[in-house]
Design a protein around this ligand. Structure first.
Ligand code: NAG
Ligand code: NAG
Ligand code: NAG
Ligand code: NAG
Length: 230
């Protein structure tokens, strides 16, 4: 079903490409995959399922262990235009570090020799899905918060919002927005650059059991919303 939709989207994309020879498509409609072989698709008004293979992660615990191997669907926007991004993520989380959610990265910051990024979503830890946030300036800082809603169904709505030079990460539980993290370095610099915004899924741990070591983790995303200034 997903494949069929991707093919239809591809056909639409080709049609749109020919139709748009007179009108450049807006930068925000350009989406790319990293670490994933699938047709390009925009998550806006779409339901997307990423099948994350095992041995994938986004995690930098030391300078010598810099891992960005997870499937990532992203678009590039001007950093100064970023306002907020949110998504509802759902999966049958069951194995240590199974995870998925939002990622933003700052690939054009020349003054750093390392990539700065923030990931926020659900991560399976201590036998249950948790809300996990990792802020990575030089190295990764990880925090966990219990899911107060829907931990049985494994879905969560996560939001990253710009507040001055900070990025704030929230979980949306019904009508309530609960703070998970303040990242003070996010928008302190680089306002003439581009940043990447998107969704990811990762499966650091292989399934046990004969024949299951290459099982993938299916993570579904819906209601993706990216708010920009222009
Ligand atoms: C994508 O496909 C290419 C060519 O078949 C292959 O070399 C590469 O390993 C694949 N990448 C992933 C992430 O599966
Ligand atoms: C990334 O992390 C995963 C999970 O720990 C590991 O299996 C994989 O080998 C790592 N890949 C790289 C390139 O470091
Ligand atoms: C979470 O899952 C439950 C059960 O499938 C569903 O009723 C609820 O609408 C979901 N919440 C969101 C935000 O998708
Ligand atoms: C996600 O952000 C949009 C604004 O871009 C907002 O209208 C919407 O209410 C947000 N979703 C949730 C669940 O808060």
């Amino acid at each position: 079903m997903f494949q069929v939709r991707l093919m239809l989207r591809q056909v639409f994309f080709w049609t749109a490409t020919f139709a748009s020879t007179l009108h450049a498509t807006s930068a925000e409609s350009q989406w790319k995959w990293l670490n994933y072989n699938a047709s390009t698709i925009s998550p806006i008004r779409e339901v997307i399922t990423i099948h994350a293979p095992p041995d994938t992660d986004i995690w930098r615990p030391s300078i010598n262990n810099d891992n960005f191997t997870a499937p990532y669907l992203y678009t590039s926007i001007e950093t100064s235009n970023f306002q907020s991004v949110n998504v509802t993520v759902q999966a049958n989380w069951k194995t240590l570090y199974d995870q998925g959610g939002l990622v933003i990265t700052f690939p054009e910051r020349q003054e750093h020799t390392y990539l700065q990024w923030i990931k926020a979503g659900v991560e399976f830890t201590d036998g249950a899905p948790y809300l996990g946030v990792v802020g990575t300036d030089r190295l990764s800082d990880w925090s966990l918060s219990p899911m107060l809603q829907d931990s049985n169904t494994g879905n969560a709505t996560i939001e990253i919002v710009r507040d001055g030079s900070d990025a704030w990460v929230y979980v949306i539980e019904g009508t309530r927005r609960r703070s998970l993290r303040q990242v003070t370095w996010a928008f302190n610099e680089g306002n003439s650059e581009h940043m990447h915004v998107g969704i990811y899924a990762a499966k650091p741990t292989r399934e046990s059991g004969v024949g299951h070591e290459f099982d993938t983790l299916a993570v579904t995303f819906k209601l993706f919303s990216l708010e920009t200034k222009s």
